[in-house]
Ligand binder design. Structure first.
Ligand SMILES: Nc1ncnc2c1ncn2[C@@H]1O[C@H](COP(=O)(O)OP(=O)(O)OP(=O)(O)O)[C@@H](O)[C@H]1O
Length: 253
């Protein structure tokens, strides 16, 4: 954990309505540097909506988001975001390093040219995801795992304080998942806070330092070992006590 008392992320009393329906309500969440938090919940629980709200891409009905103690609208350049892979336009004719450079736009500004520091940040980000050897490759020619690594590099190029990951493991083989999970753990152990949505519940139980269970509101929040009450998982996922999920998670015998 950071020695600083200012959390990397503070979400207070957040409520979001979409299409006239309440999608999230009364969300309070604070994440410190050094934490690797898994945001867990069923389809439609509001996980992506929460990430979008933190990024300022969704209007808040009420509530506040602060990054590093300052209103997030003033501090967006401290947030790195990895969207779900299908959301990116992969058929755009652009190289790996150019995509990663787009992650710097909030620092460079739209009208300025990238400088040395920007090229350094891109090179460092590509090395961290082991993609430096493919930097001139058009992104349309990459495999799914390589594309995911490019999206992570694009977020890291910003040198963010807070990293938001939306289902980063979907459709990836085991070696790529292991590479990324090791990287996310390293990043949180350095100077970042990591918030990740995932449907890989067992993986999250093992790898995350903390889990936040959500279903429109936060149902439970704590270190994985403390989330051993089956009722909490039943409420989050709206499943019965006999559901095999509870055995898989190790919360019933
Ligand atoms: N633009 C929108 N307009 C209206 N409703 C929306 C919009 N975007 C999302 N929703 C609704 O908000 C709810 C939460 O969606 P969200 O995508 O945040 O869930 P999620 O937890 O990320 O789900 P999944 O695990 O399926 O990705 C869903 O009921 C969804 O239909």
């Amino acid at each position: 954990m950071s020695e600083s008392s200012t959390p990397a992320l503070t979400v207070s009393d957040l409520t979001v309505h979409l299409g006239g329906r309440r999608v999230l309500h009364d969300i309070d969440l604070s994440i410190e540097t050094g934490e690797f938090v898994g945001l867990i919940g069923p389809n439609g629980a509001g996980k992506t909506t929460l990430l979008r709200a933190i990024l300022g891409l969704t209007r808040l009905q009420s509530g506040r988001v602060a990054v590093d103690g300052t209103d997030a609208s003033q501090n967006r350049s401290l947030i790195g975001y990895v969207p779900q892979r299908h959301e990116f336009a992969w058929d755009f004719p652009i190289s790996v390093e150019d995509v990663v450079m787009t992650g710097r736009v909030r620092r460079i500004g739209w009208l300025r040219r990238p400088g040395l520091v920007d090229f350094d940040a891109v090179a460092e980000a590509l090395e961290r995801v082991h993609m430096d050897h493919l930097r001139t490759r058009p992104v349309g020619e990459l495999s799914g795992g390589q594309r995911q690594r490019v999206l992570v590099a694009r977020a890291l190029a910003l040198r963010p304080r807070l990293l938001l990951l939306d289902e980063p493991f979907t459709g990836l083989d085991m070696p790529t998942q292991e590479l990324l999970i090791d990287l996310f753990r390293e990043l949180s152990a350095e100077d970042k806070a990591v918030l990740m949505t995932t449907h890989d519940l067992v993986g999250a139980l093992h790898e995350c330092s903390r889990l936040c269970l959500i279903n429109r509101a936060i149902v439970a929040d704590g270190p994985p070992a403390a989330l051993d009450d089956p009722a909490v998982w039943m409420r989050t996922f709206d499943v019965k006590a006999t559901n095999p999920l509870l055995k898989t998670l190790g919360v019933v015998a």
